[in-house]
Design a binder for this molecule. Sequence first.
Ligand code: FES
Ligand code: FES
Length: 406
Amino acid sequence: MTEVVAQNGKPRAVKAAADDLVEVRMTVNGTPAVLSLPARVTLADALRDHLGLTGTHVGCEHGVCGMCTVLVDGQAARACLLFAVQLDGSDVVTVEGLGRPDDLHPLQEAFGRNHALQCGFCTPGFLMSSYDLLSTKPEVTEEELPEELSGVICRCTGYRNILTAVNETREAHPDGIPAPGNCAHRALVGRATGQAGGSTDGREAIESTEDTPRIDIVLPDGDPTIAVDIETGIGVPVDAVWRVFDDISLLARCLPGAELTEDLGDDHYAGRARVSVGPIKLAFKGVAHVVEHDRAGQCLRVLAQGQDTGGAQTQADIVLRTEATATGTAMRAEAKVYLTGRIAQFGRALAGDVSRRMFEQFADALREAATSGQAPSGPVKAPSALKLLFAPLFARIRTALRRKSR
Ligand code: FES
Ligand code: FES
């Protein structure tokens, strides 16, 4: 049995065996997260494996190398030496919270400018340690920097440039350096099966339990990974299209690779979806919330959120608008899609192509369902990104062969 007490001034005695699950609520980079973790899990592993924040590096796991340094309630701490369950109610900032890719923190800019990173393994630890130093002791002198930063070890021995970068930042901000600039609500999701973090706004988080909880989906701040705006004509009257929109299980049958598994009530639904991106096949489990179903205004808006066991997470804000035309219905889809995890490593162009192809398949299936009043005859399969990738090449080969045979 382990007994631990919270460090943040709010004593929390926890008696648990190493593998017992304990619920922990933390704010990480501005996002409230609820985790259900074995008591033995360190803060470093909770951040990396359960929240997908792999910027925190782990070197020695003994508190020696400083690679895993993060801020806990505003102070630098070794994430490998803390149990996550000690930190209920804590505010944690990791290197991901320091700056945005398009708006780096001055320390990050100085590291880049001064070539203060070689392999970069120690960089998150140095950034968070030097942030802690310059924010709590802005009067530190250049001569004191080597000793003050000696708690982080660089195996590439790039100390000279690291010290230059920190000193340059110190000189540029004598009254204290700017606060971390990337702390806001966003999706947090981890790689560990059965564990998840959430962008919760203080409400329930998604947890991979057998019974899917009804949650309020909170979309991340910032630009979506993919923005889709597509219009297509459907050769059936708008009333027939809305008969499909009115029947959510029929509508779900029209979505490529999707399956509705549970009506959670109050316009919330649980479901599964399969997507192929290159060689990777993803099976998402998730929830959808119909936030607007306005037949008179001809607008259907759905928020959706899903994750697969490998740590890919997708969130989407989808708006479908219809308009009667001389030939039937014009349907416009606007979607903002947010991707995290391994699915996000694929280019926007490819992910955008997959989304567009899925919309075309959805429109075809919708046409069939609206015409027959029944679910599409065959399964509506999610498109394969490989096929999409090679489609232009095959088209070119076909054209060349045709020309040759003339
Ligand atoms: S990994 Fe935490 S100090 Fe080395
Ligand atoms: S840059 Fe490689 S460990 Fe420091």
